[in-house]
Design a protein around this ligand. Structure first.
Ligand code: NI
Ligand code: MN
Length: 225
């Protein structure tokens, strides 16, 4: 049994019988975060890119929990250099962790650290856990290879940004859903800041019209997959 909790923005927690994995834990400084950094328990932290709203509170969580940070080579090496456990990988590569396999996917975006340091190429992540496949696209614009990713990996849940400006907006995210063909889609990366205001209910209604089940999760809400 796997459960998925929406921590707002692009932050997620995946909980299995024996493991807790967080993705892009932007908690400190996030006006919509439903939890405090100190409340988060995680064995692993997946970071899709180095922007402050994705790297977020990763180091504090790793400090509190002794978590291993999974990220591209540049981010993982930087975290390891600060004394944290990190597993370095890169786009197209996968690795079997104790909780399941993670494969990094392309994302069209940037990935500098808050101090301007180069954070490598931005990524998305496929997480294969307890027989389910979760596709966190990361921050990205629309790209045609989403179709290939969906064809090769039957996605149970796609997590896609809809906030526009920095990532896909609703129109492009709907096209992404068509390309990926997931069983279910959940929107993310909206309404955290004024510049990414978007209506997740409109997105889900239109995704369902296209034939894909969609769901808006409240900040802090969990679902079982
Ligand atoms: Ni970003
Ligand atoms: Mn972002």
């Amino acid at each position: 049994m796997v459960s998925l909790t929406y921590l707002s923005h692009s932050s997620w927690q995946i909980t299995t019988e024996n493991h807790s994995i967080v993705i892009d834990p932007f908690i400190e400084g996030n006006p919509n975060a439903p939890v405090q950094v100190g409340d988060i328990k995680a064995d692993y932290i997946i970071v899709t890119h180095a922007h402050g709203d994705h790297l977020g509170s990763s180091l504090q969580i790793a400090e509190n929990c002794g978590s291993t940070i999974i990220a591209n080579f540049e981010i993982a090496t930087w975290c390891a250099g600060q004394g944290y456990k990190a597993h370095s990988m890169h786009i197209g590569g996968s690795f079997a962790f104790p909780f399941g396999r993670v494969k990094l996917t392309p994302a069209f975006h940037g990935s500098s650290f808050p101090d301007g340091r180069y954070g490598g190429m931005p990524t998305g992540a496929l997480v294969f856990v307890d027989g389910k496949i979760i596709y966190h696209t990361g921050d990205t614009g629309l790209f045609g290879d989403m179709k290939l990713i969906g064809e090769m990996n039957p996605i149970d849940v796609a997590l896609v940004p809809i906030g526009d400006n920095f990532t896909m907006g609703i129109e492009d995210a709907l096209k992404a859903v068509e390309l990926i063909g997931p069983k279910r889609v959940i929107p993310m990366h909206y309404n955290t800041f004024d510049v990414i205001a978007a209506d997740p209910v409109e997105f889900v209604a239109r995704a369902e019209k296209q034939g894909t089940q969609g769901q808006v999760l409240a900040f802090g809400e969990s679902i079982d997959l």
